[in-house]
Write a protein that binds this ligand. Structure first.
Ligand code: HPA
Length: 286
């Protein structure tokens, strides 16, 4: 694990300057990306961008994530030959449970905001609380509960109707849901319908006790994880519109018969395929 105490942080402005200079050195104009995508543990999508430039987090942010399954790279490139727009794909993130301060955990999102990137798609691995969920489901966040920020704010016991000021109550979330519906309607694609629900962000790093799971269900949370909320809060009220998708890697049940590791890996792989389709379709329509 990285030693968070020795973190040398850069400012968002310094990170933006580095990204712009790398784009120019690669021969591309330093155009602001149309979207950035943050990929959480085990989520593997948008591989092989056209004219891809890969930069280590160390170079951009002055630090590298220490959690296995997070590669800690930022890719800049285009989705396809016919598409001139740049997208940024961040593989990995910094977590509070690793000991990083809030400023470090939110640095990537604040960099995206500083650069003026208009869209941010966040992903994470999460445990399903809603008993209708299955391993491998994709859940679009329609709201979130903040049990993670140092201030322990209560930002959102959702119902979407009450959520007009929520960072995820926006056109990007609506687009994810609408495109998910369209893809699911095409039988050939075998695209499982998306779930839509409330994410509870907890500090971790250990999973929840059964008593905590029961509490979170009573608080109307549909999934639980250890990230994403800091990034969403960093976009609140700014010019970057953020939306988030959870990959449900396990579903909590009273008999706690959590699927085997194989089952989870298999489900994550299939989910990544669907997520890739979803994101490519959404990004093409921005
Ligand atoms: N709890 C918290 N974080 C998680 C879980 C979970 O059940 N699954 C994946 N990330």
């Amino acid at each position: 694990m990285a030693n968070p105490n020795q973190v040398v942080e850069k400012s968002p402005a310094e990170a933006v300057a580095l990204l712009q200079s790398r784009l120019q050195a690669g021969g591309a104009p330093a155009k602001t990306p149309v979207a950035a995508v943050v990929l959480g543990s085990g989520v593997s999508v948008l591989d092989n961008l056209v004219d891809q430039i890969v930069i280590n987090f160390q170079d951009v942010f002055g630090m590298s994530p220490g959690v296995a399954g997070h590669s800690g790279t930022l890719s800049l490139g285009r989705l396809s030959e016919g598409d001139e727009r740049t997208v940024a794909v961040l593989r990995g993130r910094f977590h509070l449970y690793e000991g990083y301060p809030w400023e470090a955990v939110t640095l990537a999102a604040r960099t995206i905001v500083e650069w003026g990137v208009p869209n941010l798609l966040l992903t994470n691995a999460a445990g399903g609380l809603n008993q209708k969920y299955h391993v491998g489901d994709l859940m679009v966040l329609t709201g979130f509960r903040d049990h993670i920020s140092p201030k322990w704010k209560e930002l959102g016991l959702v119902p979407a109707v009450q959520a007009k000021s929520e960072p995820v109550a926006n056109a990007l979330t609506d687009k994810l849901l609408a495109i998910g519906k369209k893809l699911a309607a095409d039988a050939d694609l075998q695209f499982r319908p998306l779930q839509a629900g409330v994410y509870a962000g907890l500090l971790g790093p250990s999973y929840e006790t059964m008593a905590e799971i029961n509490m979170l269900r009573k608080l109307q949370a549909d999934a639980v994880g250890m990230s994403t909320v800091p990034e969403l809060l960093s976009c609140a009220g700014g010019k970057t519109m953020a939306a988030a998708v959870s990959v449900i890697t396990n579903v909590w049940s009273d008999d706690v018969a959590m699927g085997g590791h194989e089952e989870v890996l298999e489900a994550s792989k299939a989910a990544s395929k669907r997520l890739d389709k979803l994101f490519r379709t959404v990004l093409a329509e921005l």
